[in-house]
Every structure is written in C-alpha cells, then in structure tokens.
Design a protein around this ligand. Sequence first.
Ligand code: SF4
Ligand code: FE
Length: 490
Amino acid sequence: MALKTPQEYLDDLRKMNINLYMFGEKIENYVDHPIIRPSINAMAMTYKLAQDPEHEDLMTATSSLTGEKINRFCHLHQSPEDLIKKVKMLRLLGQKTGCCFQRCVGMDAFNAVYNTTYEIDQANGTNYHQRFVDFMKYVQENDLAVDGCMTDARGDRSKRPGEQPDPDAYLRVVERREDGVVVRGCKLHQTGMINSHEMLVMPNNTLKDDEKDWAICFAIPVDTPGMIYVYGRQSCDTRKLEGGDVDTGNKYFGGQEVMTIFNNVFVPNERIFMNGEVEFSGTLVERFAGYHRQSYGGCKVGVGDTLIGAAKAITDYQGVSKASHVKDKLIEMCHLNETLYSCGIACSAEGRKTAAGNFLIDLLLANICKLNVTRFPYEIARLAQDLAGGFFVTMPSEKDFANPEIGSLVKKYSTSRSDVPVEHRQRMLRLIENLTMGCAAVGYLTESMHGAGSPQAQRIMITRLVDLEHRKELAEKLCGVKENTDVDWK
Ligand code: SF4
Ligand code: FE
C-alpha cells in the first residue's frame, strides 16, 4: 500500500490500543472524542491531499529506498528542490487546516536519524543505519504517521541529565537485555503523538561520556505496552464539548500535544538506532532541530495566511476595509508572513547533500527562520486583533444568539453591515479568537516561541554558525586598519 486514504488512516487509529487519560479519566474511544477529533482531522488532511492530483507534486515523492510513490511526509529529501517542496507542502497544509497538522515532526526526525546513523556507523562500525533503512521502508510502504519525540521532562534546568536528583527526568535505559533495552522517562509536548502509528525517539541534548544511558534513539509503535499518555489542555478546549460549531472558531481542525510517559518500556534491538554513542547526540539534536526550524517557515506561514484572510474578511464585514490604515496593516501582516516564507525557502535552497545521501538544510538560515518565527506571528496576531475590534472577546455565546427570548436582540446589536449575515461576523471573530488566543494559538503563537527550541537555542546556534571575525576583517580592510590586497590596480 503506497498511499493511505484518510478513511484507512482513521481505521488504523481505531485498531490501536492507546492508554490515554484526559481530565483525570481514562479515554476509551479517543477517535470520536470531540476534543481530540479535530486534531485527527488535521492529521488526516496529510493523507487526503496526497490523493488529490492537484497537489500530487507537493504531497508525494518517489522513494529513494524503494522507487515507489510515497507521501512526502515519509520522504528522505534528495535535493534542495525536495526541501523547497517540503516547505510549500507545509504552507499548503497550514492554509487548509489553520492549525498544527502534526505529521512534520516525524519527517524531520527521519531525515536527521537517517544521516546521523550513517555517520555513527562510519565512525564505529555499527549497523544502525541499515536498521533504520529497514524501519523507513516499513514506514513508507505502510504510509505511517510517526511522531518525532525529543523533549524530555528535564527536571532542574541547571543540572545535566546525569546530575538530576531523579535520573528519569531525561528518558534513559534502565535495563539492558540480550534482545533489547528497557527505557523509562517522559517526553513532553508531544505533537500528534496519539494520532501517530509509531514514534521515533531521540535524545534531548548533547551528552557527555558518563551519560551513555541517556544516548538512546529508537522507534516503537505508539500502543506499545508500558506507554501512558496524558492529553494536554488547550485554551478554550471545552468549547468543543458544548455541541455547537460557531464558538470553536475552527469548525473542523485543531492541534494536539500529549504528555508521553515511558513506564519501563521494552525496545527490541532491531528498533534501536543509537545506544550510548554520546559523541553523536549533539549532531542528531542539531539536525532534527534544524529541519524542524525550516518546517516553521512553511506551516506557520500557511496558518498566517488564514489569519490574514480572517482579518481581511472581518474588516470587509464590519465596513472598514477602505480605510488606508486598515490596508496598511494588512500589507504589514503579509510582509511579515512572506518574510518567514522567504527564510524557509532560503534555508532549503541552500541545502547540501549529507554523507548518507539525503539533503540537510542550511543550518544558519534555518535558525534565522525560526528566530523570526518566535516574533512575527505575535505581531501578525496583534495586528489581526487590532483590525478585528474588541467584540471577539466580549461577544455572547452562540447559544445566546439562538435563545428564543433574547436571540433576536443579541443579533440586532451584533449586526454590523446590514448586508452581511450576523452569523458570518460571529464565525469570523471566533476564528480570529481561536487563532490568536484559543486552541490554535498553541500552534500559531506559543509553539512558534518554544517549538523546535526556544529563542535562546537559535541564538546559541547563530553564535556558533556566524563568523564574526570574518565580518570584522571586512570592515578593517575597508577603513585601512588592515591591508587590503583586493585593490591591486593603480
Ligand atoms: Fe508541523 Fe508546524 Fe505542527 Fe511542527 S508545528 S508539527 S512543523 S504543523
Ligand atoms: Fe513543532
């Protein structure tokens, strides 16, 4: 099976035995749960669009491992063009869902683990890469959704993994067996975890020689025995339980983050891709983060497109779209959004081939991309709120609009332009609320800040990757502090 349909994907989820808790209770049927289903719908769009001939070029690729047509989310990038198409695919998905659609983390982990395992084997004579290739073929042939899993609980942030009072603060090997290892720990913020078939787990950070137990990379099915999941709350999440479809803002889609607990979980040898090679932990983390920082130059831009569209629509509905400052603000939003896209495209176009054969983005430009993402969506959201006016936070509930006694009065005083149905205004304001302070703000704002590493992580990478001494020398040559041999004519 090369490409799954959304229905087949949903059928897969129904067969999984997920040990999930939410609001203090065990959830048996999570696929049909009103809080969870929008996130499943968002992931399902990655399957739906791959079936659509109009989007075939972006959504599918030819596997470098099998020669088969596969979903691009399962692809190992073979060129800068592939990297660019990835960014465009994520923008398209952001536009279609208006939220985080979750499948990119796995794609970014595939590409980082693929080239890192190759380099581990070259250095140490291990066989991790072939194991990983076998896993990738399985993923591609079955069109699986895989969660890339990195961020540990991390306990006391001033202490390294090996120094924590509770050593489980970072996921680690607690038992070594002939046939595999047992791991214990917790990965936080896991995007789309229970909407995935498998997870690909990586270490959280650069490790030292005495931290080998934490240098573990592996893949397991999401419903492996010993796994416990606790659903993360989102602002306004219980609106999805109210039964309406206006106050949720986004009628169909949403994101998902899950606390992921490994309570003594067995991992067989054939699924282990790093086991104690601390010297490669930094490379793996840096590359995964780099790929995911590139991703944000696509997905956040697509969601930004929906917010710009919502701002444009509400100014039309409320009769202010001709004012010059309104036009200026919309242009400013576009300028910021397209700047993010430019960074995503630039780090892709400057990508280079790794020793393993797949392509890596330009790490400096990917970090610049992500650092901009920590700021611009907030400014775009601020402008959207400015243009919307205050009613998106004071508007009565959709049940008040439907109430037989007061509904007509609520509608009368919520009407803006008489030729625009009041429900259109209501829905658009709720969408702006959803994107800038509701469920989707998790993905559009807070994740823009902290996802793929908080801003300081990008600053550290930029410090490492930018050659300031070279720039200093450029200046010194121009002003005559240093000899300038470039000027050799009279
Ligand atoms: Fe994909 Fe963006 Fe969600 Fe990350 S935040 S999983 S890149 S949609
Ligand atoms: Fe993310």
